[in-house]
Design a protein around this ligand. Structure first.
Ligand code: ZN
Length: 290
């Protein structure tokens, strides 16, 4: 089925992949386009390229919000288009490149995707430490570091429309996946400041509902606060990781979630971060290394 494009603001269009309800963005201004995490499956990426052409525009930049495999498949279809990522993206590639190739191979085998040439992880043309402003036609996009879910994660803000592309945060279908609790808390505190009119998560439903935007911020922050409180108490009491996991099993989750595993990996990651004794990799460090 061809990709469907929904216009969210006067400058932003989105299409959603069936896999993980992953959103890909197209910011358009004049004859210039900026693509955000463009597609996973090759046909979706080709549909995005066609859509941009139909709008009379040319891709001027691709933003990769972070180096998780489901966000980095697009750039090979846009040769010569500059790729923007956070500086930490390069470190993630160095340390986890082999893991990413393994995850992509596994998905492509399962999805029966045949390649004429091997996939190469995209290398950014431009990286930044704190923030970067991209001028696109007559609009400006602020791309800024937003770590927590991943250490290299960045988000995109368009001030005139108060639009936030939140990368893998503030979803209605996915609880926060927390690699670094402290970083995630700081990032959400920062995002709670501007009055947002449009919120687009990396996975799930975009929303313009001010109440829903506030709700997502509040429930995700409450979840992180509860996680910190329970794990801190467990570490202080000398509890093992297994005892801590049991003590955190009834933490209220910010959205319905049939699978308890992501929450348990959050607990494991937080336990290691907050001083609990662990052997080897635990939580998301382990999950994203397999
Ligand atoms: Zn991710």
């Amino acid at each position: 089925m061809p990709a469907q494009f929904t216009q969210l603001t006067s400058h932003l269009w989105v299409t959603q992949s069936a896999l993980f309800a992953t959103n890909s963005g197209v910011f358009l201004s004049g004859d210039e386009a900026c693509l955000i995490d463009p597609g996973i499956a090759p046909e979706t990426i080709e549909d995005i390229a066609r859509f941009v052409t139909e709008q009379g525009a040319t891709p001027r930049a691709i933003v990769l919000t972070h180096a998780h495999w489901d966000h980095v498949m697009g750039p090979e279809h846009f040769p010569g288009v500059p790729v923007i990522a956070h500086a930490e993206y390069l470190r993630v590639l160095r340390e986890h490149g082999a893991d990413l190739y393994r995850q992509i191979d596994a998905w492509e085998a399962q999805a029966h995707i045949r390649r004429l040439r091997p996939f190469l992880l995209p290398r950014p043309t431009y990286t930044f430490a704190t923030a970067l402003t991209l001028t696109l036609g007559d609009i400006r996009l602020r791309i800024f570091h937003a770590p927590g879910h991943a250490l290299d994660q960045c988000a995109v803000y368009h001030a005139e429309s108060a639009t936030l592309w939140a990368a893998d945060m503030l979803s209605d279908i996915e609880i926060p996946l927390v690699l670094s609790l402290s970083a995630y808390e700081q990032t959400l505190a920062h995002l709670a400041t501007p009055d947002l009119r449009m919120l687009v998560p990396g996975h799930g439903a975009p929303t313009t509902d001010a109440g829903e935007i506030r709700r997502r911020l509040a429930v995700d922050r409450a979840y992180l606060a509860e996680l910190r409180e329970r794990v801190t108490a467990a570490v202080a009491a000398g509890r093992t990781l297994a005892e801590t996991a049991a003590a955190c099993s009834d933490v209220p989750l910010p959205c319905p979630c049939d699978d308890p595993t992501p929450h348990m990996w959050n607990v494991e990651s937080a336990y290691a971060e907050l001083g609990g004794q662990v052997e080897g990799l635990v939580g998301w460090e382990r999950e994203w290394s397999t």
